[in-house]
Design a protein around this ligand. Structure first.
Ligand code: AZA
Length: 304
């Protein structure tokens, strides 16, 4: 005998774009989302008994994304996800959980002739913004937002004082390149309803800028003693400026830039204080992770 474990289904890669036109100012706002909807509930028989009567088709799930985008705010994506997830719980009694994942394109308004342009945008491709919304019948809404930020500093980073044993070859350094594609993920305080999410929409929208601000400011100003210590300061700064967030997780792939000894070419000096040309190494990379909780956080003790 076997027992069916978690069973989820839905539609992935539903792409949707929405424009908001302000008739008074002529200013337009746009958003572009790629949405994944996964539903859970009393759908076991569709797997075990060939019973399709419990299935909302994935095509209808896709259609619902468009209709909810038309009828409700599509930004911030956290709010859109909450409204969309709640829709499935309200519409279908046998669906108990809706998991909504959203990738948002960062269309940033162009500045032209020194002024924000009313309807032209550029995609900031180096920045990725994602949202996970889990709506559970009777248990409310959990929202996690995330941003990926690629950063590099050419000095202001040291690494020394670590364990030196029979396995250690890394030389200590007082001046190194520090670079990462940082993933920042933060869990918002718990919400009971989509209306409560809507009441906090401006703070949810500000989360992304806060992640950027905390990451960039600490990265640039800190004389880094290690990725671990700098990451911790970033996480502290994020929770300082974003009181609605319960916890924040930083994941830091440490990108290594290796000095290249060029002395074989006419004695060319390119190591130590003379190093200018480096080899960006794609693999392997260090990986430094940590979650910082507000001490009162409900989720304290969560695992990575
Ligand atoms: N932390 C760093 O910042 N750099 C490193 C490490 C580490 O743990 N190990 N090698 N290089």
């Amino acid at each position: 005998m076997y027992q069916l474990g978690d069973a989820l289904y839905g539609k992935d890669n539903v792409r949707v774009y929405k424009v908001h036109r302000n008739p008074t100012t002529g200013v337009q706002d746009v958003c572009e989302l790629t949405v994944c909807v996964l539903l859970e509930g009393d759908i076991e028989t569709s797997y075990t008994k060939e019973d399709n009567s419990v299935l909302v088709t994935t095509d209808a799930i896709k259609n619902t994304v468009y209709i909810v985008a038309k009828k409700s705010p599509a930004t911030p994506p956290e709010l859109f996800g909450a409204i969309l997830g709640d829709h499935f719980i309200q519409q279908y009694n046998h669906i108990h959980k809706a998991h909504i994942s959203i990738d948002a394109v960062t269309w940033s308004r162009m500045t032209v002739d020194g002024k924000p342009h009313p309807h032209s945008f550029f995609e900031d491709g180096s920045v990725k913004r994602t949202v996970q919304v889990d709506v559970v019948r009777g248990a409310g809404i959990t929202i996690t937002s995330a941003a990926s930020l690629s950063v590099l500093k050419s000095t202001g980073s040291e690494f020394w004082g670590y364990i030196k044993d029979a396995y250690t070859t890394l030389p200590e350094t007082r001046d190194r390149i520090l670079s990462s594609n940082v993933d920042v993920k933060w869990v918002w305080r718990h919400f009971a309803t989509p209306q409560e999410v809507e009441a906090h929409a401006s703070q949810l929208e500000a989360g992304f800028a806060a992640a950027r601000e905390a990451t960039f400011a600490v990265f640039a100003k800190d004389v880094s003693m290690s990725a671990q210590a700098t990451l911790y300061k970033m996480a502290e700064r994020f929770l300082d400026i974003m009181p609605l967030a319960d916890s924040v997780e930083y994941s830091w792939p440490n990108k290594h830039y290796i000095e290249i000894d060029l002395s074989w070419h006419k004695g060319l000096q390119n190591t130590g204080k003379d190093a200018e040309v480096y080899l960006p190494q794609s693999a392997p990379n260090g990986l430094i992770k940590a979650i910082l909780h507000r001490s009162s956080s409900r989720n304290a003790g969560a695992k990575l």
